[in-house]
Design a protein around this ligand. Structure first.
Ligand SMILES: *[C@@H]1O[C@H](CO)[C@@H](O)[C@H](O)[C@H]1NC(C)=O
Ligand SMILES: *[C@@H]1O[C@H](CO)[C@@H](O)[C@H](O)[C@H]1NC(C)=O
Ligand SMILES: *[C@@H]1O[C@H](CO)[C@@H](O)[C@H](O)[C@H]1NC(C)=O
Length: 216
């Protein structure tokens, strides 16, 4: 009976260890904030040991071609593009040569960082008597937005909320006054009508009475 949880635990541990999910990177960065450029390439054969080198390339909106941006090999990263000196950090797999997460982190995004990023994995699968090379490439189109967009949108929606609340209440008051006038006018009319009706009934019943008296 004790064996079942133990095997489950072991199974879970191996599953957790092998779990690699290729999530797409976010594509909208906020200026003057940090941003993680995600790049994940899972090994097809999780059980086969491998070593990988990750290279990043960048093509800004003004550039004609991709320029080398960053390289990560032997647990060491190097920024290759002067525009990104002191602004890039490795954010991928750590303490291993078998990289599956090749993400990098931009410390302080500027509008000039808008553009296309390409990330490549050069992976060597190390089988017992031969090596197999696989390359994978991911492309990310990054858009940089000012910090205020969200704030401005929420301010605008708040103003719209107040405008609509005040507008609705004003409309309600106008409607109430209109209805009140209409009801009171209708009330007077009804009063006059019922008075006339009362008199009519009264005179009718008088006639009836007269009729009855005549019949007698
Ligand atoms: C990011 O860069 C801007 C402009 O270059 C600067 O004003 C700001 O202080 C920097 N922020 C950080 C956190 O380094
Ligand atoms: C962005 O690029 C323009 C033109 O290349 C340059 O003049 C400007 O200083 C750059 N801005 C930043 C924050 O790097
Ligand atoms: C992977 O990329 C490297 C460097 O660009 C190249 O030398 C190698 O031939 C490529 N391998 C495959 C299998 O495409």
């Amino acid at each position: 009976m004790l064996l079942l949880p133990v095997t489950l635990l072991a199974l879970q541990a191996t599953l957790c260890h092998a779990a690699c999910v290729e999530v797409d990177s976010d594509t909208e960065a906020v200026a003057n904030e940090g941003f993680r450029l995600g790049c994940i390439s899972c090994k097809m054969r999780g059980e086969v040991p491998a070593i990988a080198v990750v290279n990043w390339f960048f093509k800004g909106s003004e550039d004609k071609d991709f320029n080398p941006l960053y390289t990560y090999e032997n647990k060491q990263g190097e920024v290759l593009d002067p525009r990104f000196y002191e602004r890039l950090d490795w954010s991928g797999s750590k303490h291993t040569l078998d990289l599956q997460d090749g993400s990098i982190y931009i410390l302080n995004v500027t509008f000039n960082d808008t553009g296309t990023y390409r990330c490549t994995f050069e992976r060597k699968l190390l089988y017992s008597n031969y090596e197999f090379e696989v390359n994978t490439t991911r492309v990310i189109h990054l858009n940089v937005v000012p910090k205020l967009t969200r704030g401005m949108a929420s301010i605008l929606s708040e103003v719209m909320m107040y405008v609509s609340i005040i507008g609705l209440q004003f409309w309600l008051v106008v409607e109430m006054i209109y209805c009140y006038r209409k009801i009171s006018a209708a009330g007077e009319e009804a009063l006059r009508e019922s008075e006339a009706e009362y008199l009519a009934i009264a005179s009718e019943s008088k006639d009836n009475c007269a009729g009855v008296q005549e019949a007698e």
